[in-house]
Design a protein around this ligand. Structure first.
Ligand code: HEM
Length: 418
């Protein structure tokens, strides 16, 4: 039997099975904090790395993108999968200066708060649809599958300007790329060839989209990407593909995981749900706490370019560092009683779930708006709510959250029903 919450278990970073029990993962991370802010991880099949869990150290590393680069390998993969990878994709996350700034500038303004406000009407429509789904399901549904999964994907389709008919295809892309390690989400065993196949499929799809948007530009994000110029030349094909893929994938499973994980936290902490119901103005802080609590992007990697120190530990040039956003959000030095879900936590917004610095999440404001909009519509309608069965979580080491969240509920009557 696995040692539960034991500080000696530092396989929480490499073993995807450990993500199947999030409460145990969280307890283990808090126990690890007692042993220090940085841990050497050596595991069969993985290039050795340093797991950084200290909140301040994560921020310090992110503030120095020249000393700690995203390249050559920004995500934890096994040596085998790295070696066998057929096709390399180049997204913002894979880039460092000077390319990163050039590519980021292309879409940066599109995601500024004032700009994404134009999506508000669509968000409200989707939140109303979520309430309608709750009404028509008659008291039992799977909040992760029926509400949290479709919502952000519809937002992505809207910002890229894709038809709703492409929904299934986009769903497959995000699930294959992010949920790939989880056997339940795989079409077949996840080999590097399968990943390459998924990417090739999308390459064909997005190449068609690029041609269309070059011919007939509209005001959507796909048009901006298709016609993007870098150093006064059209963006190369692989980078154009990378741009579509990161927008399509980064904004989906991440946000839906925060939605489902946030709802579960409210169900398991009914006094917090009562507070939110009694005072809807708490929704903004509640969403920050949900984002701290869920940290759907579990990590990104950095590579040291020179000898340095992190948390007093000597780091050599070339060393690989794992930034654990999830464990940093549980740092007891910053978040008092970190295992308590508290929608009134005064510093919930100091969570590092969106990263920091030059790579800070491009979609952070959009994700927050989605969560605020959804919970503002759903919570006032919930009269009673409980788990209808044990929820399950994705066993993935990169991006993840709830696979299922079966709920049983009653709704307050609408004005017309009273
Ligand atoms: C709760 C939801 C989300 C979480 C937790 C999240 C988390 C993150 C994190 C941790 C990073 C890396 C930051 C760093 O290295 O410092 C990131 C980058 C990024 N995110 Fe998000 N994200 C979310 C939603 C979104 C959405 C809705 C979009 C867009 C539609 C998006 C687009 C991106 C992009 C394009 C990047 C790359 C930025 C760069 O490298 O310059 N994300 N996100």
């Amino acid at each position: 039997m696995a040692e539960v919450g034991s500080p000696t278990r530092d396989d929480i970073f490499t073993d995807n099975e450990r993500w199947g029990d999030l409460n145990d993962w969280n307890r283990t991370a808090v126990a690890l904090h007692e042993r220090g802010g940085i841990h050497r991880i050596e595991r069969d099949g993985f290039q050795p790395f340093w797991a950084v869990i200290d909140h301040r150290a994560v921020l310090d590393i992110e503030k120095q993108p020249e000393l700690f680069t995203n390249g050559p390998e920004p995500v934890l993969n096994t040596i085998e999968s790295r070696e066998a990878r057929g096709m390399d994709i180049k997204t913002l996350i894979h880039m460092d200066a000077p390319d990163h700034g050039k590519y980021r500038r292309l879409t940066n303004d599109w995601f500024k708060p004032a700009a994404i406000r134009r999506l508000d009407a669509r968000l409200t429509e989707l939140s109303q649809q979520a309430v309608a789904t709750l009404e028509s399901a008659g008291g039992e549904l799977d909040f992760a599958v029926d509400i949290a999964l479709p919502y952000p994907l519809q937002v992505i389709l809207k910002i890229l300007g894709l038809p709703e008919g492409d929904y299934e295809r986009m769903m497959m892309l995000t699930q294959q790329l992010f949920g790939g390690e989880d056997p339940d989400l795989q079409r077949e065993e996840l080999t590097p060839e399968v990943v390459a196949e998924v990417l090739m499929d999308f390459y064909g799809y997005f190449t068609g989209l690029t041609a269309e948007r070059r011919e007939q530009p509209t005001d959507d994000l796909a048009t901006l990407i298709a016609n993007g110029r870098i150093d006064d030349a059209p963006m190369p094909d692989l980078e154009t593909l990378g741009y579509y893929v990161i927008i399509a994938t980064a904004g989906h499973d991440t946000t839906s995981s925060a939605m489902a994980g946030g709802m579960r936290a409210l169900i398991e902490n009914p006094e917090q749900l009562d507070k939110l119901r009694a005072d809807p103005s708490l929704v903004n802080n509640a969403v920050e706490e949900m984002i701290r609590w869920t940290a759907p992007v579990r990590h990104f990697m950095r590579t040291a370019t020179a000898d340095t120190e992190v948390c007093g530990q000597r780091i050599a040039a070339g060393d690989w560092l794992y930034l654990s956003y999830k464990a940093a959000n549980l740092d007891p030095k910053v978040f008092e009683d970190p295992l308590r879900f508290d929608i009134e936590r005064p510093n919930a917004d100091r969570n590092v779930s969106f990263g920091y610095g030059v790579h800070f999440c491009l979609g952070a404001q959009l994700a927050r708006n989605e969560l605020r909009n959804l919970f503002s519509h759903v919570i006032p309608r919930i009269e009673t709510i409980e788990l209808a069965a044990e929820p399950t979580t994705m066993k993935t080491t990169f991006v993840g959250g709830h696979k299922t969240l079966p709920i049983r509920y009653t709704l307050t009557p609408t004005d017309g029903e009273r």
